[in-house]
Design a protein around this ligand. Structure first.
Ligand code: ADE
Length: 248
């Protein structure tokens, strides 16, 4: 079985506990999703790589300003000692991602690219740096970061949630990761449209019935219904996606 490791640098590793221990992600981490591929997350505590007597991981910004800034030397030490030395990987084999509002906004296309980096052999090892406080010393970013990714035009208090969002959405595209092979083909946004509505038991709920066509077992009619409903839902909830389809 081939195992891919993703490295995450964080000051709050506990954030990743439920991410790692629940649902489909935990199954992938335990090698239960595929017989040929399993995933391993190495969550590295940046604090373990602090330097000097005071063991500080952050400091006041030069020139003043609100809050603290994460130190370049501590982050570099986490990469050099915590990944390169400990796991015997060379710097050239790392692809270092810093989730930050300065990046391009994450979408399905980027998720697919990342999923290829995760799944394919001969791809670099992925490293995610979770920023905290008011940010990271620019000199670290300049020397170490290969890619910035934003998850939207707002500012989170830290990069942990952004890292989990990026990984969660990307892992869904990793081969063998989803139980049902069709589920990500049919999933929202695949073709600039959102998903058709879903129904399950009971057949009647508060006076609302499951659409008749879904109960009939006529495969072609069901497919047509799903396509038509997907279009209807997109028109109603996300008409901007239809404009995108026309543009592309
Ligand atoms: N860190 C803080 N805010 C962020 C955002 N919007 N996207 C990615 N990383 C972030």
């Amino acid at each position: 079985m081939r195992t891919k490791t993703i490295y995450i640098l964080s000051l709050f590793p506990d954030y990743f506990d439920s991410f790692q221990n629940s649902g489909v992600i935990s199954k992938a981490l335990n090698g239960e999703r595929s017989s040929e591929f399993s995933l391993n997350l190495e969550i590295i505590n940046i604090r373990d790589y602090s330097l000097g007597n005071y063991k500080s991981v952050d400091a006041y910004p030069y020139g003043g300003g609100a809050g603290m800034v994460m130190r370049a030397d501590v982050l570099a030490n986490s990469i050099n000692e915590g990944i390169i030395k400990q796991f015997e990987i060379s710097r050239e084999d790392l692809h270092i991602i810093y989730p930050s509002p300065r990046g391009h906004t994450f979408d399905n296309k980027m998720a697919k690219k990342i999923s290829k980096k995760i799944f394919n052999e001969n791809e670099k090892e992925l490293v995610f740096i979770c920023g905290r406080y008011e940010g990271i010393d620019e000199r670290f970013l300049q020397n170490y970061v290969d890619e910035y990714i934003s998850i939207g035009n707002y500012v989170l208090t830290g990069g942990e949630l952004a890292t989990m969002s990026i990984l969660d959405a990307s892992l869904r595209f990793v081969e063998g990761f989803l139980g049902n092979k069709n589920s990500n083909i049919e999933e929202s946004f695949q073709d600039n449209s959102i998903e058709y509505p879903q129904f399950t038991k009971p057949r009647e709920f508060e006076g609302l019935c499951v659409p008749e066509v879904l109960l009939g077992g006529h495969h072609k009619n069901i497919q047509e219904y799903k396509i038509e409903q997907s279009l209807e839902m997109t028109k109603k909830f996300r008409p901007d996606l239809l404009e995108k389809t026309i543009e592309s």
